[in-house]
Design a protein around this ligand. Sequence first.
Ligand code: ATP
Ligand code: FE
Length: 337
Amino acid sequence: LVILGIESSCDDTSASVIRNEYILSNIIANQDVHKLYGGVIPELASRAHQQSIIPVVDRALSVAGVTRKEIDVVAFTRGPGLLGSLLVGTSFAKGFSLGLNIPMVEVNHLQGHVLAHFLREEGKPMRYPAFPFLCLLVSGGNSQLVLVKDYLEMTVVGQTLDDAAGEAFDKCAKVMGLPYPGGPLIDKLAKEGNPKAFKFNKPVIQGYNYSFSGLKTSFLYFLRDALVLNPNFIEENQADLCASLQATIIDILMDKLIKLAKEYGVTEIAVAGGVSANSGLRQRMIDEGAKRGWNVYIPDFRYTTDNAAMIAIAGYYSYLKGNRASLDIAPLARMVF
Ligand code: ATP
Ligand code: FE
């Protein structure tokens, strides 16, 4: 089965061709325009998607070495995401499906992030989690603890009550004057810093939910007070600030994951979403796994942030289950599992 996956939920236009679980191509066009504004501007994102979608799909087909006629199914992100952005991918999928008379399958973007674990590459050994597993899903818009019972059977056990972990990285980076998206930069700078240099407040929340807005505020006030005494405080302490902030975010994420894994007695533990690109989080998963006897699954860097290969594989499993989308389907800005 050859699947074309289309992803356009936020600010990356992506198309991918897979054959069953095997990746043939995965093309991603990033949108630099948002760097000017320090965040994603929805209207500019949808316009950039319109410009990129056809060249990106063309490239995905040519890299995969398949023609349009060889595509059996088109899978697209229905949501959650920016409505204008989703509309471009959804409309493209409809046109493609109609023009080639092939079925279309909708994909929940967040399920896509989780299912990225099942993507395979020719000639590369793969390990993937056994069901049921727990997945820490941490991205720019979401932070969730997901119990994955089967490919498309997932339950959100805990989630953020306010900001996502990626948002915490990006917003704190902005406060330090770093460009958007700040997450990868904090990761880089943190490598040179001391994670114990500064202490920031961790939220006290019962159960398995997260909260990151308090951390953001405490970081902001901490810097405001420090800058009164030393106007060069940020420049002089950049690496330590990044390392301490990153360590705090990782602690918050791991505390609940560890608690949940114990409570459920699950030792198959995965991480997914853009923030799973973070080297500190990846290392911490490995360390905790070794300590606690977990089997830990961390996706390849390429499949952590938004990409269409994860949409294609989610669409593949959905198609096998018999799901089809009709041509009157509309994208959804908010979407639960
Ligand atoms: P969602 O999937 O919730 O709709 P999204 O698609 O915008 O959100 P992703 O592309 O999955 O999010 O992830 C982007 C986020 O990941 C950004 O907040 C970015 O800062 C963060 N991120 C990427 N790399 C790193 C890193 N190395 N360290 C920390 N954060 C990172
Ligand atoms: Fe995403």
